[in-house]
Design a binder for this molecule. Structure first.
Ligand code: AMP
Length: 559
């Protein structure tokens, strides 16, 4: 017997329609074209309706993909709503993609139109010489000089009216497309639906995650081209929160200014962004708004960062785990009722974990033979996930090994403790297998980063004749530090079993990172795998790498 309840489709336009009606005067603040612009949700809704009509006039039909190559600003936000409001799919593209991958994703998605930030237009035209000019729209203001042949965003809107179209949309229809960052292999497309997006936004409003509410001013410092800026452009209108879009400048200085002037209460970003903010706060003496919450994910949250933000700046860190395939957040958390009485040090230790699975998400750990392993906080396994906002296939690539038996294999290695807290120990491809045993590169990186003389660290496996693989630490020294390899290796004493200790340290001036701030370990492995690390000194042609001079026999001394 069915219940007697109404069934209304969960659709993306309904989020902004709600904000425009119930939080009409709440602001969307946007940094673009050299200024800071404010519009109310009511005004933005009118512009979205104008844009939707312009899209129809340009021939966009249900299911068509519309590409965006843009930063976090109000025009991008309007595209987030106008495109799915007519049943089309908003394909957000990373502006930092190299030309070959840009050509690949635009061709694979078969983008009907491309909306491009005016600053990126020349680069895009260079990378896509065959893309028809009449299908390119420059995101620029009416005040800016028109470019020949490309359409201008503001001109499209001027020609239309504010009235809503109210096109009926099914909740299972596709709404957004985002390609994985692809540090190895071709990018793979994840096709979100209206329903998955709305349910995920609801999860971001839960107090167990980022707790977005009408009391908040939310600043996504994670790009809108990466997994829908972790749902904030959807959660903010759903909650009636003020939205602050920082544009392309994610520097610590700019973020601190916006935080204070716009009274931001929740901001989300990857650790690299928060590192920049910490450096700025340290150098300038600027302060953060009281009680600000900082969401962080994408890579591990270093303990030093938790101590600095919570201990010195009065912020609360919310650490989450997720992937493009999981919309992205699958786990997040602050603490449990049972942990409320814990001393602050222990609470911060809890924050180092990737948190607790959210409602709507199931997590499990399996071994190499797909047998489930114990959630005892010690046994590591391949992390698999299923849930309402988890992909069940890649776009136009129905066969992929990662999707099997109703679960998605994340490629992450993790433990889950008895209370349900998730700890990522590695990427499956990054784990170090020494004599058949697993060594967690993440655990070693975290230890290296607790040393005050080290700002960044990455650990990779390098081939070893006896042990198959051994860990190599690549570290970036803090300014003016002269820490030696032996001193840094000494820092591991008593923190890990002796056979976990890295065999050698290379000091670098920076770590290679992809457009989303993740360390590109494949590049490090390429750089060092074939490298005779027994050699005394290495300086590559860019001058980027150098190593300590130490006796050869010291290398491979362990294990
Ligand atoms: P992406 O699809 O580009 O967002 O990358 C997803 C991957 O980032 C995950 O599979 C993890 O390996 C990594 N990741 C995400 N969140 C965290 C986190 N909090 N700590 C460590 N790694 C993370």
């Amino acid at each position: 017997m069915n219940g007697n309840m109404m069934h209304l489709p969960l659709t993306i336009p309904s989020l902004l329609a709600f904000a425009a009606s119930r939080h009409r005067d709440t602001e969307v603040v946007s940094c673009h074209s050299g200024g800071r612009h404010r519009r109310s949700y009511g005004e933005v809704w009118g512009r979205v309706n104008r844009l939707a009509k312009a899209l129809l006039e340009l021939g966009v039909r249900r299911g068509d993909r519309v590409g965006t190559i843009a930063y976090n600003d109000s025009r991008h936000f309007e595209l987030y709503y106008a495109v799915p409001s007519i049943g089309a799919v908003c394909h957000t593209i990373n502006p930092r993609l190299d030309p070959e991958n840009l050509r690949y994703v635009v061709a694979h998605a078969d983008d009907r139109l491309l909306f491009v930030d005016a600053r990126l237009l020349d680069a895009v035209l260079g990378a896509l010489p065959d893309y028809p000019l009449q299908r390119l729209i420059a995101l620029e203001d009416a005040a800016q000089p028109a470019r020949p042949a490309t359409l201008r965003y503001e001109d499209l809107l001027t020609a239309q009216s504010d009235a809503a179209l109210n096109i009926a949309i099914g909740e299972e229809e596709a709404s957004g497309l985002c390609y994985t960052s692809g540090t190895t292999g071709r990018p793979k497309g994840v096709l979100y639906s209206h329903r998955s997006t709305v349910l995920f936004a609801l999860a971001m409003c839960s107090a167990n995650s980022t707790a977005v509410s009408a009391l908040d001013a939310v600043l996504p410092a994670v790009p809108m081209f990466h997994v829908n800026a972790w749902g904030m452009p959807h959660a903010a209108p759903m909650a009636g929160a003020k939205l602050v879009l920082p544009g392309a400048d994610l520097s610590g200085r700019h973020l601190a200014t916006l935080f204070n002037e716009e009274q931001v209460s929740l901001a989300i970003g990857v650790p690299t962004i928060w590192n920049g903010l910490l450096e700025h706060l340290g150098g300038s003496g600027d302060r953060l708004p009281a009680g600000i919450r900082l969401g962080v994910g994408g890579s591990a949250l270093p303990r030093k960062m938790i101590d600095a933000f919570e201990g010195m700046h009065g912020a609360t860190m919310i650490h989450g785990w997720g992937m493009t395939e999981t919309s992205p957040t699958g786990a997040a958390g602050i603490a449990h009722h049972a942990s409320r009485a814990l001393p602050v040090e222990d609470l911060r230790t809890l924050r180092e974990t990737q948190g607790h699975a959210l409602w709507g998400i199931d997590l499990r750990l399996v071994d190499d033979d797909s047998g489930e392993v114990a959630a005892d906080g010690k046994t590591a396994g391949h992390l698999q996930v299923r849930g309402h906002w988890v992909a069940n296939a890649y776009f136009n690539e129905p066969q992929h090994d990662a999707f099997r038996d109703g679960w998605f294999d994340t490629g992450d290695i993790a433990t889950i403790d008895e209370r349900g807290f998730l700890t990522l120990t590695d990427r499956a491809k990054d784990i170090i297998k020494s004599g058949g045993e697993w060594i967690s590169s993440v655990a070693l990186e975290n230890i290296a980063q607790t040393h005050p003389a080290i700002t960044e660290a990455a650990v990779i496996a390098v081939p070893h004749p006896k042990w198959q693989e051994r860990p190599l630490l690549i570290a970036v020294r803090a300014q003016s530090s002269e820490i030696t390899e032996a001193e840094l290796l000494g820092h591991f004493d008593d923190k890990v079993p002796s056979w976990w200790r890295p065999d050698a340290v290379m000091f670098a001036t920076a770590l290679p990172r992809n457009g989303n701030g993740k360390v590109i370990k494949s590049q490090l492995r390429e750089r060092f795998a074939a490298e005779p690390i027994l050699q005394r000194s290495i300086v590559d042609s860019t001058g980027g790498w150098f190593r300590e001079d130490y006796p050869d026999q010291q290398i491979w001394a362990t294990g």
